[in-house]
Design a protein around this ligand. Structure first.
Ligand code: FRU
Length: 325
């Protein structure tokens, strides 16, 4: 076993500027605080395949012991991630995937299952009839491809609900809003709108409201706790439902540590999902608030331990100075 050795973990994030990914990073940092022997290098590719590729190249110059990567679009980012794997540097893929399957571990929910669950749920809500508007994520991302595939499977298995309109967005609220604005008449005709994340759902909600409609059923994915996020918007009735999509930050770091310390780990770490709607949103909020309080408590204890260690080390050096003088 390699317990306690010094390590460098690099994390290449496809985009950092949204609350879901901020939550992921927070989770990672909290878990990392238990491992003072681990150096963590973080890079945000800001949604660009090219930037992500060059950032991974640059990370390799830092003598990293393990790479965690959430690939932007699968195909363009695959060769560089594969080459890291082939260099025998362990690779953990999280949330989105590359196209090759060359990784030591995957951490994230199953996007095909999520799409399917959403399709079945939507079909139930519409009694197996009607048509829906779909707002997809960035086209080459595995999460969007798998969610779409799963959605069609779910709709087919549950009834005759059809896709009446598809808007090709890029995961961002701004793009979804602009697309919804442009096709607002067609969007109005749909019985329900399903966006592949909550942020894009919020963009559609805004566009519909500006057009005088706030009654349309809108469904998203993520169901993140916190102000202005999915859970809250479901509880206050703006969002009809959302599929829980855990960020897996904690699990990614735990898996990384297991790989580095040569203790057993799983190759596929599939995080659970469920439909959140008005019936369980409040319960989820209560639970996540409680967890947050407990985490604050853990943070405080961690700070205390660090301080105690500093005091101890200072006293030790003072003592040494006294003894040698
Ligand atoms: C955040 C995000 C999430 C979505 C995931 C898909 O950047 O867009 O909202 O569920 O990425 O990879």
């Amino acid at each position: 076993k390699n317990e306690g050795k010094n390590y460098t973990i690099a994390f290449s994030q496809c985009t950092g500027n949204d609350s879901w990914r901020e939550t992921m990073l927070e989770e990672m940092k909290r878990e990392l605080s238990f491992y003072p022997n681990v150096k963590f290098i973080y890079r945000d590719a800001e949604g660009s395949n090219q930037v992500q590729i060059s950032q991974i190249r640059e990370l390799l110059k830092n003598d990293i012991d393990l790479l965690i990567v959430s690939p932007n679009e699968a195909a363009p980012v695959t060769p560089i991630v594969d080459s890291v794997f082939q260099m025998k540097i362990p690779v953990i893929v999280t949330d989105r995937k590359t196209s090759s399957g060359l990784y030591n571990a995957y951490v994230g929910a199953d996007n095909l299952t999520i799409g399917k669950l959403a399709g079945q749920y939507i079909s139930n809500v519409l009694n197996g009839k009607g048509q829906i508007g779909v707002i997809t994520g960035l086209k080459g991302t595995s999460a969007s491809i798998e969610r779409k595939k799963g959605l069609m499977m779910g709709l087919d298995s549950a009834g005759k609900t059809q896709v009446g309109l598809e808007l090709h967005s890029d995961w961002s609220r701004a793009t979804a809003y602009a697309l919804a604005k442009k096709q607002i008449e067609d969007l109005q005709k749909q019985d329900l709108i399903f966006a592949f994340n909550d942020q894009m759902a919020f963009g559609a909600i805004q566009a519909l409201r500006e057009n005088g409609n706030d009654k349309k059923k809108i469904i998203g994915i993520d169901a993140l706790p916190g102000a202005n996020n999915g859970l809250e918007e479901i509880a206050n009735g703006a969002l009809y439902a959302s599929m829980l999509y855990p960020t897996g930050g904690t699990e990614a770091i735990r898996t990384a540590i297991a790989i580095l310390e040569k203790t057993p780990y799983k190759r596929e770490n599939i995080l659970g999902t469920l439909v959140i709607n008005k019936e369980n949103a409040n319960l989820m909020m209560l639970q996540s608030n409680k967890i947050q309080e407990q985490q604050k408590d853990i943070d405080k204890r961690q700070e205390f331990i660090v301080k105690q260690n500093q005091i101890y080390n200072n006293q030790k050096t003072t003592l040494q100075v006294v003894m040698t003088s």
